[in-house]
Design a protein around this ligand. Structure first.
Ligand code: SAM
Ligand code: SF4
Length: 329
């Protein structure tokens, strides 16, 4: 029988989030500075290296994969990469987190290649504020991308909004109300502190309780679903008679570490064991030095065994090595 990836706390790790590139076509204020410097391409996983690592992870029982970045859709050959991963034996759940800018034309080929679902990040429905948050983005492009994804059947669609005080905290009700007429999950993500943008994130975080209070005051209260049990990482709510749901991902104030089943593979081939801890294991260097699949499996299993329990934000331990775009969210 093949080994499974267990950590020393008994958590089974079978969900891999892969960052396909550290680069992005936007510059969201909570994610990266406008003058972000990216890694040279040769330091990142090449297609064949990615293929080898995906196969190794799948053989270790990883079956759920999410592609992210940076912006995954700007990776060269993205459609071929999706097809390669979708066809890897053992992969049965393949999704992507994207800013949606390029989805208008890519939704159809990506879906045909095997991408089942997408999460699109959209923090406001106001075009001016959208530009202020993303610095470079156009809301029209993203909206067309969401519609294209829905048309080709990449459902249920999930929209992710990071709420930033002073930027889009006034937009939460309008975003939540999208769930009334659409069978979508609108998810509010608490901003997390990383590297260079840590101070900014800590000063401008908006908690889920504040968001719910605001929605109740401006529209109507949300009703808690499933007794508060998590759906993945989100706690779900619904407006009475709404088609969709509203989710809250409160990584900072209500961590869900006990049920964590995930690991991350960064674009430079590093196994990141916890989003908010700097503990990492290099996989690309051994792969380039000739490690076999069995060698890589041993390195991965040993890394997973030492996966940290959870984040240390309350003790002021902030991840400093990378910002979100270099890890993949
Ligand atoms: N570019 C894609 C996108 O924006 O969806 C994928 C990568 S992005 C790093 C993944 C997710 O992380 C996005 O939903 C983004 O809003 C979120 N994110 C980025 N920086 C964050 C931060 N400091 N705190 C919380 N979420 C963050
Ligand atoms: Fe790019 Fe996504 Fe980061 Fe925005 S959140 S800068 S879209 S990687």
């Amino acid at each position: 029988m093949t080994a499974q990836a267990l950590d020393r706390f008994g958590r089974l790790i079978n969900y891999l989030r892969i960052s396909l590139t550290d680069k992005c076509n936007l510059r969201c204020v909570y994610c990266m500075p406008e003058d972000m410097v990216f890694r040279p391409s040769h330091e990142l996983m090449q297609d064949d290296e990615l293929s080898t690592l995906v196969r190794v992870f799948a053989e270790l029982g990883f079956h759920k994969f999410r592609l992210t970045g940076g912006e995954p859709t700007i990776r060269q050959n993205i459609v071929d990469i999706v097809r390669m991963i979708a066809q890897t034996p053992g992969v049965n759940n393949l999704s992507m987190t994207t800013n949606g800018v390029l989805l208008r034309s890519l939704a159809e080929p990506l879906h045909r290649a095997g991408l089942q679902r997408i999460n699109v990040s959209v923090d406001t429905l106001d075009p001016v504020r959208f530009k202020r948050i993303t610095r470079w983005g156009s809301l029209d492009d993203v909206w067309a991308g969401i519609e294209a994804a829905e048309r080709v059947g990449m459902t249920p669609i999930k929209l992710n909004a990071v709420v930033v005080r002073g930027f889009n905290d006034g937009d939460v009700t309008e975003l939540a109300r999208l769930s009334v007429d659409h069978d979508w999950q609108i998810r509010f993500i608490e901003m997390m502190p990383f590297g260079d943008v840590a101070t900014f994130a800590r000063e401008q975080i908006v908690t889920d309780q504040e968001i719910r209070d605001q929605i109740a005051g401006e529209y109507m209260p949300l009703e808690l679903l499933d007794d508060g049990h998590l759906d993945g990482e989100a706690r779900l709510y619904r407006f009475p008679n709404a088609r969709g749901t509203v989710g809250f991902i409160s990584t900072v104030t209500q961590p869900f570490c006990a049920s964590c089943n995930r690991a991350r593979l960064t674009a430079d081939g590093i196994l990141r064991l916890c989003l908010l801890r700097d503990k990492e294991v290099d996989l690309l260097t051994p792969l380039r030095n000739g490690a076999s699949a069995d060698d890589l499996k041993r390195i991965i299993l040993d890394g997973i065994w030492h996966k940290p329990w959870g984040h240390g934000l309350e003790q002021d331990v902030i991840p400093l090595k990378r910002v979100m775009s270099q890890i993949g969210g």
